[in-house]
Design a protein around this ligand. Structure first.
Ligand code: DXP
Ligand SMILES: NCC(=O)COP(=O)(O)O
Length: 238
């Protein structure tokens, strides 16, 4: 069954809007697993506008399920943090400076040698590596050449187009996933997945190991409650 990793960035966004420690980001991580999540994801950004580096250290010491840290490995501070905290998985995302949120995957052909080098650094420390990619065959082929363990399919385009034509929206993801399976790459996915589009995605993507979901799940939790929201998302993955 596909695992649900809850991205708790948005708890930190709310906390930081007032200073202080409300809501408590560490508690949000611990409760995510208490409420049934299979893991916790954070995506610290260089300006620490939501998750802080100190949050990452505290979370690692206090959770028992899978910890996934996402971010830009061109930032030495990020690399050092990951090597220090040793999560189960690091997801490498090619964020540009000042970007509002992640909006593109790696060009795995152009950056093959760089990625290969960085991936080895993390793998030698015992950390599984996933790289964020668009659902494009060349990028999946390129990913296999970097030595990564997994790819994370960037699902923003699928989520955007789902309401109008879901078959067309998911088609490139199915093709990319089939190729990843042939190449023995593990498959994760994330970005803008929500209660309306998740079940169809998970039912149609062969070998989907994990989804990381933050923005929509935390937004739903405001109305439905955190535990209930996590349970509802889990149910979409059955
Ligand atoms: C890689 C990805 O799609 C998510 O990690 C997303 O970028 C979350 O980051 P923000 O919470 O900063 O939008
Ligand atoms: N990797 C995707 C992620 O962690 C969450 O993305 P979103 O659900 O906040 O869009």
């Amino acid at each position: 069954m596909t695992k649900l990793s809850v991205n708790i960035n948005k708890f930190a966004t709310l906390r930081n809007s007032r200073g202080g420690n409300n809501p408590d980001v560490l508690k949000a991580a611990i409760d995510a697993e208490r409420f049934g999540a299979d893991g916790v994801t954070v995506h610290p950004r260089p300006d620490e506008r939501h998750i802080r580096y100190s949050d990452v250290r505290a979370i690692k010491k206090n959770i028992t399920t899978e910890f996934n840290i996402e971010g830009n490995c061109r930032e030495q501070k990020f690399v050092d943090l990951v090597l220090e905290t040793k999560p189960h998985q690091v997801t490498l995302v090619p964020d540009a400076e000042g970007q509002l949120t992640s909006d593109h995957g790696w060009d795995t052909v152009k950056h093959r040698d760089y990625l290969r080098e960085m991936i080895q650094v993390f793998q030698q420390a015992g950390i599984r590596v996933s790289i964020f990619v668009d659902p494009v065959i060349e990028m999946v082929n390129g990913a296999a050449e970097t030595g990564t363990n997994r790819i994370e399919l960037y699902t923003e385009a699928y989520a955007r187009e789902y309401a109008d034509h879901r078959e067309k929206a998911i088609a490139p993801y199915i093709t990319a996933a089939q190729r990843a399976n042939e190449l023995m790459l593990g498959i994760n996915a994330g970005h803008d997945l929500d209660l309306t589009n998740l079940a169809y995605f998970s039912q149609n993507i062969p070998g989907l190991l994990e989804v990381s979901i933050g923005h929509a799940l935390i937004s739903d939790a405001l109305y439905l409650g955190y535990e209930n929201a996590i349970q509802l998302y889990k149910r979409q993955l059955k």
